[in-house]
Write a protein that binds this ligand. Structure first.
Ligand SMILES: [Ca+2]
Ligand SMILES: [Ca+2]
Length: 508
């Protein structure tokens, strides 16, 4: 019965997995919540759809949130709150400095309000409501665990603990060095169905596929309609904190995506986008007119085609590392796949259970609402105990079997040595046993003969008991029984010995 139930369960899980995999996630690039080069900032220095302040400076190629000077703070924030629930943000950034150690770091925000440019937490406000992904360069608590990447969720009440580098407040994180890399470092923050996943690209290659998992956290509940922002700060030590791009993609499940965008809205959006592109082209033209000497400069760049010995060596080292990295990445991907599959199976299992419990089809979770508590697996305490007990029995049986096999091997060894060592020794051969059996049979016959003679009625004592004066007397039938029992034991022993020998032969 139990195995039938388990089979049914596995079948249901598999069918749901197949159905789940065919359900697609629709992705849409959100240009109003993104910035990227070229022409990241316009001529007047503004970044379309974004506002920045503090010590931040935007150029055509990047946003320098905080320059490598002491005690600088700067940030850039979206003008509009986010109007979708699930998203993925890709940030390309560079943290560079002359020092072996840098400070303070950089933070990506999703908060209900834009932070203050004079704030105390990596260039933004403390007591934020929402999510911070912090790239902490400086090791305040001197535990040699920085630079560190971490997620800290705040409900607007907590004050960030700089002294411990937020180690008591973080949701999750990973130890990754993001300073002074040959290529820009990248982070991909994904928030989908209340699961927060952060991938990191360590900037050792410029390969798009080199992201690795930093952490994944489930049941993360963030408020709806927050703002995206990215900020940085320096302290006594200082790095340059540059953001090269921030690309936002909204994520929609199949049924959501189909209903949400009407064709009118779609037309309006594409028109808006085309206008924006036209404006950019115009600005490009103007720039070319104003800087006619730039084209000439490009001709003078021929020197860049040559490289010094040092540069070549460095390039070769990077190439070698890139190859090693490719192999590692493949392995990482496989491990990620395995972990992903495990997570998937687990969540499917709980989904099946909850469906069976309620009989209602599960709805995808909504942002801003806590998830229902995870139901227990359909394995009860007694099932578990039974499993453990069975396991113990199996272990004991295996141990016994092992002992038995060792004994058999030992005995067969001794038998072999007895066989080769001149037939003497302690071994009993069947011929000897047969002889013994024959002699016992003879004894039996003799005893029977004696018994007949003894039991023949003697004159004068008809029907009377044999008198056994002085000594204790054993009845005749008793004697016969003992002899018979001995015979049986001998026979059994003979059979046992033969079987053992047959078994021992199997091993050699
Ligand atoms: Ca720190
Ligand atoms: Ca630390």
């Amino acid at each position: 019965m139990a195995s039938l139930y388990i089979n049914l369960l596995i079948f249901t899980i598999l069918s749901i997995l197949v159905r789940g995999n065919t359900q697609q996630v629709h992705r849409r690039f959100e240009y109003k919540y993104s910035f990227k080069p070229p022409y990241l900032a316009q001529k007047d220095g503004s970044v379309p759809f974004w506002e920045y302040g503090g010590n931040a400076i935007a150029s055509g190629e990047s946003v320098r949130l905080a320059p490598s000077l002491r005690s600088q703070k700067g940030a850039i924030w979206t003008k509009q709150p986010i109007n979708f629930d699930w998203w993925e943000v890709d940030i390309m950034f560079k943290v560079t400095g002359r020092g072996r150690i840098g400070a303070d770091g950089l933070a990506f925000w999703y908060t209900t309000q834009r932070g203050e440019y004079t704030g105390e937490v990596f260039g933004s406000s403390d007591r934020w409501n929402g999510l911070a992904i912090i790239f902490d360069s400086f090791d305040n608590d001197n535990k040699h665990n920085n630079p560190y990447i971490m997620a800290v969720v705040n409900d607007g009440t907590k004050v960030f603990d700089h002294k411990s580098d937020g180690s008591t407040q973080l949701l999750s994180g990973c130890l990754r060095d993001f300073r002074n890399k040959p290529f820009p470092t990248r982070a991909r923050v994904e928030y989908f169905h209340n699961t927060l996943t952060v991938y990191f690209h360590n900037g050792m290659t410029n390969n798009e596929a080199d992201y690795e998992l930093c952490f994944r956290a489930e049941n993360v509940v963030l408020p709806r309609g927050g703002y995206f922002g990215i900020s940085a700060a320096t302290g006594g030590l200082a790095d340059d904190h540059d953001v090269l791009h921030l690309l936002t993609t909204s994520l929609h499940t199949a049924q959501q995506g189909g209903q949400q965008i009407s064709t009118d809205e779609q037309q309006k959006l594409s028109q808006e986008y085309q206008e924006y592109q036209k404006k950019l082209e115009q600005q490009k033209e103007e720039y070319r007119k104003e800087h006619p000497d730039e084209a000439r400069d490009k001709d003078g760049e021929l020197e860049d085609w040559f490289e010094s010995d040092g540069q070549r060596e460095l390039r070769q080292i990077f190439q070698g590392q890139a190859q090693m990295h490719d192999v590692l990445r493949d392995m990482n991907k496989k491990i990620d796949e395995v972990i992903g599959k495990q997570m998937n199976s687990l969540s499917m299992l709980t989904a099946v259970y909850s469906q069976a419990q309620s009989g209602v089809q599960a709805q995808p979770p909504q942002a801003g609402q806590p998830l229902p508590p995870m139901p227990a697996l359909p394995i009860g305490r007694h099932d578990w105990d039974a499993l453990v007990a069975n396991n113990q029995i199996m272990i004991n049986t295996i141990a016994e079997l092992k002992g038995f096999i060792i004994e058999v091997a030992r005995k067969s060894d001794s038998l072999l040595t007895a066989g080769t060592g001149g037939g003497g020794g302690t071994a009993i051969n069947p011929q000897f046993l047969n002889e013994m059996r024959d002699s016992i049979n003879q004894v039996k016959q003799t005893v029977a003969g004696v018994a007949q003679r003894v039991s023949a009625p003697s004159p004068g004592m008809a029907g009377a008991q044999l008198s056994c004066p002085q000594v204790s007397c054993v009845g005749f039938t008793g004697l016969l029984l003992v002899v018979a029992a001995q015979l049986v034991v001998m026979l059994l022993y003979n059979l046992y010995k033969e079987r053992k020998e047959a078994q021992a032969k199997k091993f050699f």
